[in-house]
Ligand binder design. Structure first.
Ligand code: GLU
Length: 416
């Protein structure tokens, strides 16, 4: 069922709903329903066996009224142009809701990085940048990591772009390794920002987070740090976490350090110490206080949203809930922190990275955390107030805040 859902249609439906609530000008609504421009590329890569394989890649600028496009690049076997369009739309709303001077973009390559060697991945990363080279740049569109891309891949891409321009251009990409102009605090920023939101949500609900249980779907960068920082910052008790190999569970609390160490050394969660295996679908409906979908799109749907028992759903992934799930969760009184607010910590620190690259002056980790907390908390409060004002759930409320700013920028530029 999840496979049949089109994320871009979902993103458009979400926008349509907000447009009706906020009485959005129909011309602006039409402009904001589709990407402003997109690039489709063929990327020939010499594989280790000597053959050349041709990959398909995309880069989409959804809207750049607020500033240069910004958003990650995903390497995934199931990537489609519509997924990239949806993700670029969500980046537009994400940058806007946080108040960043950035538009929304996204990129993707259809490939399976798990089956590629490091040298193949390096050649693919460089060839992709050559193919989209005229479409990106520090003042045009600034990529970053996303699903199955990482700081090493950002380093290769930044280097390739720098070679193309005959000078160092660190500001073309964010999420770089520290030594190449990355920002302190970027590695765990997505999870950290989400936990600041959970803290604020818990305050609103009168909930003390200490000792409360959390289940996390997804054990990539964001999911791993959510488990670690959930304990450290809020005293949460992670009881379940999953990856594509399965889910692990311990109702008394996972040994997070051991589980993460196992995942990092073996590449899979299966077989992690001091926990039992759990059917992955059951993780989403466990009796926990906080549920964090931290994997991919369309995980909470009409089929399972009614069974969610968590009090707070903090969407660390992009697009994890369908519009049907939104209504079901709202009616049940589940407090959803919507994706483009909840997971905006990553791009917020990416923005800090751009600023540091421009000034060639690098901040301490505590500076980053403080400014991140300020931005996330202010955005959370703006969304919560909009939800009260319009009597809608938090996703629609987040859209009203984000779309309102982009619409104003389009108008002020004289586009509509
Ligand atoms: N890929 C991340 C996201 O979806 C980060 C984007 C960025 O840092 O530009 O928010």
């Amino acid at each position: 069922m999840a496979d049949k859902l089109n994320s871009f249609e979902i993103a458009q439906r979400q926008l349509d709903r907000a447009a009706a609530v906020m009485d959005l000008d129909p011309t602006i609504h039409a402009l904001l329903r589709t990407p402003m421009r997109e690039m489709h590329v063929s990327v020939p890569v010499r594989m280790d066996d000597g053959n050349v394989k041709v990959f398909r890649g995309f880069r989409v600028h959804y809207n750049d009224a607020l500033g240069p496009a910004k958003g990650g690049i995903r390497f995934h076997p199931d990537e489609t142009i519509d997924t990239v369009r949806a993700l670029s739309a969500w980046m537009t709303w994400k940058c806007s809701v946080i108040g960043l001077p950035l538009g929304g973009g996204k990129g993707g390559v259809i490939c399976n990085p798990k089956e590629m060697s490091q040298s193949e991945l390096q050649r693919l990363s460089r060839e992709y940048v050559r193919a989209v080279g005229d479409f990106i740049g520090p003042d045009v569109d600034v990529p970053a990591p996303d699903v199955y891309t990482n700081p090493q891949i950002m380093a290769w891409m930044m280097d390739e772009y720098s070679v193309m321009h005959g000078r160092n251009v660190p500001g073309v990409i964010t999420g770089k390794p520290l030594v190449l102009g990355g920002s302190a605090g970027r590695h765990d920023a997505t999870a950290r920002g989400a936990l600041y939101c959970v803290r604020e949500a818990a305050k609103r609900l009168g909930m003390d987070t200490a000792g409360r249980t959390i289940a996390i779907q997804g054990c990539g960068n964001a999911g791993q740090y959510a488990a670690i920082l959930g304990q450290q910052l809020l005293g949460l008790k992670p009881v379940a976490i999953s990856d594509s190999s399965g889910a692990v569970y311990n109702p008394r609390g996972l040994d997070v350090a051991a589980v993460v160490a196992h995942k990092r050394s073996t590449g899979v969660l299966a077989g992690a110490p001091n926990c039992e295996a759990l059917p992955p679908d059951e993780l989403l409906t466990l009796d926990v206080d906080v549920l964090m979908p931290a994997a991919i799109e369309n995980q909470l749907t009409a089929a399972n949203a009614g069974d969610v028992k968590a009090r707070i759903v903090a969407e660390l992934a992009n697009g994890p809930s369908t519009p049907e799930a939104d209504e079901i969760l709202f009616d049940k009184g589940v407090y959803v922190i919507p994706d483009f607010l909840c997971n905006a910590g990553g791009v917020t620190v990416s923005y800090f990275e751009q600023v540091q690259n421009a000034y060639r002056f690098y901040w301490r980790e505590d500076n980053v955390y403080e400014l991140l907390d300020e931005r996330m908390t202010a955005a959370f409060q703006a969304v919560a107030s909009a939800a009260e004002k319009y009597g809608v759930h938090n996703r629609v409320a987040a859209y009203t805040v984000a779309v309102g700013r982009v619409a104003e920028a389009c108008k002020l530029r004289g586009w509509v």
